[in-house]
Design a binder for this molecule. Structure first.
Ligand SMILES: Nc1ncnc2c1ncn2[C@@H]1O[C@H](COP(=O)(O)OP(=O)(O)OP(=O)(O)O)[C@@H](O)[C@H]1O
Length: 285
């Protein structure tokens, strides 16, 4: 172990999230979905992952949530290996939850909450019920996508989490509920020193509500801008993201012009990873 490795390992123990040189492939003979990712986020940080579709945000969050086995990787939350030594107090909220047939069954919302121990966190649960405007008498099979999302959020946030991994689950909330939820998350993070890593494509109002501490720019599976304290310029997060994504597109087009197939780039007759994924699971319909 070099001195640098030693310093890193010692200081990683103080980090809420610590990743070192992570490369991840979804399949054999494919380009990596994540390349050489290193990330160190302190407790209490609220970090926004910015990146175009296919940049690797969901993959990163899923790995941190311990949803995929990665061998010989340094991926730790509160100094515990996310896969082999599952850290407590981690809440992952992703979009696939709503696709699960179980959460579309004829279950009353109150029973649903009780089944996951909601009564143990009554105060937080009731606060979230108010913010998310949830009716305990709703039946899961007879509510809208946005209402189902609110139930998911309440379930995932009731227990006092230490690290929250959010994969664009606020997209189908109305703007009022979204705003109040993000304020709740900010206050919760400030009060308890809890950490948030949030992938989103909606930047409007985010600085005022969630008050992010850092932003990261992902491009084609790598960190193009390392976690950087926010704000770092006089531009809004929306305009910063817009500029970054324009540059990403120009970069991808340049790679394609030079005959290199950027990961996820479309070519006639060649199926991209995303298309394979969505066709396979028929999520689009
Ligand atoms: N299950 C899968 N199998 C194969 N490849 C996948 C799978 N999931 C994602 N990928 C590929 O991994 C890369 C990163 O995808 P990822 O879903 O992490 O991107 P993202 O930044 O979250 O995109 P979006 O903003 O669209 O949600 C893409 O090239 C994608 O095609």
């Amino acid at each position: 172990m070099t001195l640098n490795d030693h310093v890193r390992v010692v200081s990683d123990t103080a980090m809420a999230i610590a990743i070192q040189d992570l490369t991840f492939y979804h399949g054999t003979n494919t380009a990596p979905s994540l390349s050489n990712i290193s990330l160190r986020l302190p407790p209490g940080s609220r970090t926004i992952l910015v990146g175009a579709n296919g940049a690797g945000k969901s993959t990163l969050l899923q790995l941190l949530a311990g949803k995929r086995l990665i061998k010989n990787a340094h991926v730790r939350i509160n100094d515990r290996d996310v896969f082999w030594d599952s850290p407590p107090g981690v809440s992952f909220l992703g979009t696939e939850w709503a696709m699960n047939p179980v959460v579309r069954g004829d279950i009353v919302v109150s029973a649903f909450f009780d089944s996951v121990g909601g009564y143990r966190h009554k105060e937080r649960r009731d606060k979230l019920l108010d913010i998310l405007d949830i009716d305990l008498d709703w039946h899961m099979h007879a509510i809208s996508d946005g209402e189902r999302r609110r139930v998911q959020l309440c379930m995932g946030l009731m227990a006092p989490w230490q690290v929250l991994l959010l994969d664009e689950v606020t997209v189908d909330l109305d703007v009022l509920v979204r705003n109040e939820l993000l304020i709740f998350l900010r206050d919760d993070s400030l009060a308890r020193g809890a950490t948030i890593l949030y992938a989103t494509h909606i930047y409007d109002g985010l600085t005022d509500s969630l008050s992010p501490t850092h932003v990261v720019h992902m491009r084609l599976g790598s960190f193009f801008t390392e976690p950087t304290p926010w704000p770092f310029n006089n531009t809004s997060l929306y305009h910063t993201a817009l500029q970054w994504l324009k540059e990403d597109r120009d970069h991808r087009l340049e790679l394609e012009k030079r005959g290199r197939k950027a990961r996820g780039a479309r070519r006639d007759g060649v199926t991209t990873h995303s298309e394979t994924f969505y066709k396979k699971y028929d999520y689009a319909h």
